[in-house]
Design a protein around this ligand. Structure first.
Ligand code: FE
Length: 140
């Protein structure tokens, strides 16, 4: 059994490859995007009350309270549950200016956040998050 770095931010690429599934590695560590309307999205739609933690390091990121159905094919939230655990930064890849969302604890790529799309939510922000980057912890 290998010894992993105690601090997620210090983990090597090899450690991440061992810890994550290939799809999780592609999304979290290589800023990939899962295909929309995939199996994790269907699971997301069926999940009830609970917390969404980072699939890379386990910190709490989002909650079912801020979840909404944007019909975009990826899990959507209008706010993080724990703002200090989520970082946003400008992303100029793929010929567009977007705001990337990352886990503040392990640096994993989660998805993007879009604003002002006209959703009837308290923030009109859409945190468009890859389902494989999240682990659902049902409320006790
Ligand atoms: Fe993380």
């Amino acid at each position: 059994m290998s010894e992993f770095s105690p601090s997620p931010a210090a983990r090597s690429d090899d450690e991440w490859r061992e810890l994550l599934s290939p799809e999780q590695y592609r999304v979290l560590r290589q800023a990939g995007t899962e295909r929309p309307f995939g199996p994790t999205y269907r699971e997301f739609q069926e999940q009830g009350a609970g917390t969404y933690v980072c699939a890379g390091c386990g910190v709490s990121l989002f909650s079912s309270r801020e979840k909404f159905d944007s019909h975009c094919g990826w899990p959507s939230f209008y706010d993080p549950a724990n703002a200090q655990n989520v970082i946003a930064r400008e992303d100029r890849s793929h010929g567009a200016v977007r705001t990337e969302v990352l886990c503040a604890n392990c640096g994993g790529h989660l998805g993007h956040v879009f604003a002002g799309e006209g959703f009837n939510t308290p923030t009109d922000q859409r945190y468009c998050i890859n389902g494989v980057a999240l682990k659902f912890v049902p409320a006790a």
